[in-house]
Design a protein around this ligand. Sequence first.
Ligand code: AOF
Ligand code: ZN
Length: 369
Amino acid sequence: MNRHEVYMKRAIELAKGGWGKTNPNPLVGAVIVKDGEIIAEGFHKELGGDHAEAAALINSRQSVEGGTLYVNLEPCSHHGRTPPCAVKIIESKIKRVVVAMEDPNPLVAGSGIRMLREAGIEVVMGVLEKEAGVLNEIFIKYISHKMPFVIMKAAMTLDGKIASVTGDSKWISGESSRQQVHIIRDRVSAVMVGVNTVLTDNPELTTRLGSGEGRDPVRIVVDSRGIIPADSKAVTIQSPACAVLATTSLIEKDKEKLFKSKGVKVLKLDGPNSGGHVDLKLLMQELYKLEIDSVLLEGGGNLNAAALKAGIVDKVMFFISPRIIGGQEAKTPVEGDGIRLMSNAVNLRDINIRRFGRDILVEGYVRGE
Ligand code: AOF
Ligand code: ZN
């Protein structure tokens, strides 16, 4: 790792301090180096708060004049919730700015770099670009496609079952895997399940980190006919985050009223070709409007199949527990009609394998730039 990469790695580590708090804004960290030493650090702590570059400039206890600023995202050039960072950097007399990646936000998209260069500041681009892209995979999808980043998560046995023949699905994966899921729930804006999952498991869909900290995601239930009981935990649980019922015009009027009276946001999403089902692409476009930048899709098999078919899934995370339960009728993570030819399979790229206790996590991306 060269000098630039060492400091950029630090900026990326700092950025992670904003996990779960900056959505739908990016994770950004910044480091200021002068005479071979880090003299200030900062990161974007929460939505609406100081941008990372501004935070680092404020945190410096000595003059930053002539120093180098490392930041994992191009400094902004626009007046948004805060004034443009590029202007602050120019005023601070920083000599050089090292950036991991250009800002995909159309409001910025290269203009921050241009501003800096026009002011005579040396700009070095592309340091740890790939790592920076992974760090902000949610932001990049959200801002460039106007849809949330969708992570399909499942926990299955070694023989690929998500429940036994009797429907028992409690404790398929171990404690450590389940904890990891709560860490992800804390970082994403929403968690989404299908009607059958609510009917059979009645999940709370909240974040339980153990430490007492953590932020609940918005709870989304996809239920085309609006048949889940109004006293389902997903509806009634006490949480600062709201519940969304993604349904269609097939929902009964009284039921719709009942859900609304309980504070549920009811979205009717009939698509031209969705045949009485919720149009998932339309749902994603609506979620974008609600500033939901990421969705953890927790099944079950029918919704997972529909989501893959609709092309809304970005990332897959399958936890595999080394247990075998068998049963022809036992449910699997992806049901639906299935593909006919192997050549049409969903082929994951950039596969990563991690261990959580006795379980194995296989994760990868469905598509990507
Ligand atoms: C951040 N934090 O550290 C940086 C960002 O909503 P605003 O006005 O705060 O502006 C958000 C945009 O600013 C964001 O989409 C990104 O393009 C740019 N940079 N944003 O939230 C930061 N550096
Ligand atoms: Zn900024």
